[in-house]
Ligand binder design. Structure first.
Ligand SMILES: NC(=O)c1ccc[n+]([C@@H]2O[C@H](COP(=O)([O-])OP(=O)(O)OC[C@H]3O[C@@H](n4cnc5c(N)ncnc54)[C@H](O)[C@@H]3O)[C@@H](O)[C@H]2O)c1
Length: 405
C-alpha cells in the first residue's frame, strides 16, 4: 500500500471531517505528519482526539508548509487564507487540498485582519475585480507548477450526485434546469459572522456547494455530449439580512443561531449557462430542521431528485430529547425530540470518503481530480458576480477570463 504524507492547516470542524475520512480510504494510507492551528491548544486537542503525536504540531502555517516533509498540504482554515497558503505550498513543491470556497474579497491587505471593519459594505465591483486577480494568480501558479490543486467540493462526490450522473448518462437527456440549495440555522464557526474571514455570508459559505455542483454537472454534461464543456454565462441574484429583523422578535420566536455582522444570511441566484439553461440556487443560514442539502435536476427526458441530507433513509422518532441524547442524528438539528431524519452515515452520503479517495489517487497517479481548480475558479466567479447582481439589481455577465472587460 502506498502512503501519502499530509500536513494539515487548521484543527476545526472541517479538519475533523478530513481526519475521519483519511481512515476510510482503500489502497492508500494517509500519514498525518504535521499540523498547525491558530491556537496551539486546539492543535493539541486535535492530536489527542486522533491519537497523533503532539510533536507534529508546528508553530504556524508558514513554517509547516516550508518545513514539514509532506506530499500534500490540507487547507482547512478560514477562506481568507486559502489562496496565499495554497500558493506558498505550490512554491514549496507540495500538492494542495483546499476547502471550499476557493477565495473571496477580504478587505485591505495593508491593514491587519483583526483591524478590518465592515468589509462587507465595500462596492461589489471592487470585490469582483480583486477576486479575479486572485483567481488569475492561483491559476497561473498551478499552471506552472508540477503540483496539483484538489478543490474539496464534496458535493461532486456525494453518492446522490454521482448516481444522478449515471442516470443522466443513461438517459442522454439535456439538463434544462437545476434547483438546489444548502441551508441550516447558522454556522458553528466564529469566523462565519464576518466578511473579512469568509469572503461573504450564506451565498459563499453555503451556496458554494450547490453552485459548485451545478457548474460541475453542466461542464460534465457538455463533455459527455460532444467534448465541449458548458460554462456559466450570467447570473441574477438577491441577498437578504434577516437577522436585522429577527433581533426585533421575542426570543421564543427566534431559533436561528446565526449572528452575522456584515454578511448576508440568505441568498438566491439564477445562474444561466452558455446553452441558455438555468440553475436556481439557495444558500441560507436561517432554515430550521437540520442541515438541508438538495439538488433537483430537470432534464429533457428525466427528472432526478437528490437529497444528500434531510432524506428519509432513517426516520427516527423520540418523545423527548432524552432518548437519543447519546447518539448523533443529523448536522445542526435544533432538537432530537419528535421525528428526526437521522443520517446513517453522514460523511458517506455527503461524499467525503470518495472525494479524499479521488484526491489521493490523483496525487499518486499524477492525474487531475474531478473537483479541480477550474471548478473552484468558476464557482468563485459565479458567486462574486452574484454579489454584484444583488447590489446593482442587474443581470451580470460572468467574466470568461480574469478581467471585467
Ligand atoms: N466541505 C464542507 O462540508 C465544509 C464544512 C465546514 C467548513 N468547510 C470549510 O472549511 C474551512 C474551515 O472551516 P471550519 O468550519 O473548519 O472552521 P473552524 O472555525 O471550525 O476551524 C478553523 C480552523 O482554522 C484555524 N485557523 C484560523 N486562522 C488560522 C491561521 N492564521 N493559521 C492557522 N490556523 C488558523 C483555527 O484555529 C481553526 O482550527 C472553511 O473554508 C469552510 O468553508 C467546509
Amino acid at each position: 500500500m502506498k502512503t501519502v504524507k499530509v500536513a494539515i492547516v487548521g484543527a476545526g470542524f472541517a479538519a475533523n471531517l478530513h481526519l475521519k475520512t483519511f481512515k476510510r480510504l482503500h489502497g492508500v494510507a494517509v500519514e498525518v505528519i504535521g499540523i498547525t492551528s491558530k491556537y496551539e491548544e486546539s492543535a493539541k486537542q486535535f492530536c489527542f482526539t486522533y491519537g497523533l503525536d503532539p510533536a507534529i504540531i508546528h508553530e504556524n502555517a508558514e513554517t509547516l508548509i516550508r518545513k514539514a516533509d509532506a506530499d500534500v498540504i490540507d487547507l482547512v482554515v478560514p477562506t481568507w487564507l486559502h489562496v496565499p497558503l495554497a500558493i506558498l505550498a505550490a512554491e514549496n513543491g507540495k500538492h494542495v487540498i483546499c476547502e471550499k470556497p476557493l477565495t473571496g474579497y477580504f478587505g485591505d491587505p495593508g491593514v491587519p485582519i483583526e483591524q478590518r471593519e465592515n468589509v462587507g459594505l465595500i462596492d461589489k465591483k471592487i470585490m469582483l475585480k480583486k477576486v479575479l486577480v486572485d483567481c488569475k494568480k492561483i491559476h497561473d501558479v498551478f499552471k506552472r507548477s508540477s503540483t496539483r490543486f484538489c478543490y474539496a467540493e464534496n458535493w461532486v462526490y456525494a453518492p446522490p450526485i454521482t448516481k444522478a450522473k449515471r442516470l443522466l448518462q443513461s438517459s442522454r437527456g439535456k439538463i434544462l434546469e437545476i434547483r438546489g440549495g444548502e441551508s441550516h440555522s447558522g454556522s458553528h464557526s466564529k469566523y462565519a459572522s464576518e466578511w473579512k474571514y469568509t469572503g461573504g455570508g450564506s451565498l459563499v459559505r453555503m451556496g458554494a456547494h450547490p453552485y459548485g455542483a451545478a457548474i460541475h454537472l453542466k461542464i460534465w454534461e457538455g463533455m459527455m455530449r460532444n467534448g465541449t464543456p458548458i460554462y456559466p454565462r450570467s447570473i441574477t441574484a438577491i441577498t437578504a439580512k434577516y437577522r436585522e429583523f429577527l433581533d426585533e422578535l421575542p426570543s421564543e420566536q427566534d431559533y436561528i443561531r446565526s449572528r452575522p455582522k456584515d454578511v448576508e444570511d440568505w441568498s438566491c441566484g439564477i445562474l444561466t449557462f452558455e446553452d441558455n439553461t438555468n440553475s436556481v440556487i439557495f444558500g441560507s443560514d436561517v432554515t430550521l430542521g437540520g442541515i438541508e442539502n438538495w439538488m433537483n435536476i430537470h432534464a429533457s427526458n428525466v427528472r432526478i431528485e437528490c437529497k444528500i441530507s434531510n432524506n428519509n433513509s432513517v426516520m427516527a422518532y423520540a418523545p423527548t430529547e432524552a432518548q437519543f441524547k447519546n447518539e448523533y442524528t443529523i448536522e445542526k438539528i435544533e432538537t432530537k425530540a419528535g421525528w428526526s431524519h437521522a443520517q446513517p452515515d453522514e460523511e458517506w452520503m455527503t461524499g467525503y470518503p470518495f472525494e479524499m479517495q479521488d484526491f489521493m489517487e490523483c496525487l499518486l497517479n499524477d492525474r487531475e481530480p474531478q473537483s479541480n481548480l477550474e471548478l473552484a475558479i468558476w464557482t468563485t466567479k459565479a458567486m462574486y458576480s452574484a454579489y454584484l447582481s444583488a447590489e446593482t439589481g442587474q443581470r451580470i455577465e460572468i467574466p470568461k477570463g480574469f478581467s471585467l472587460d
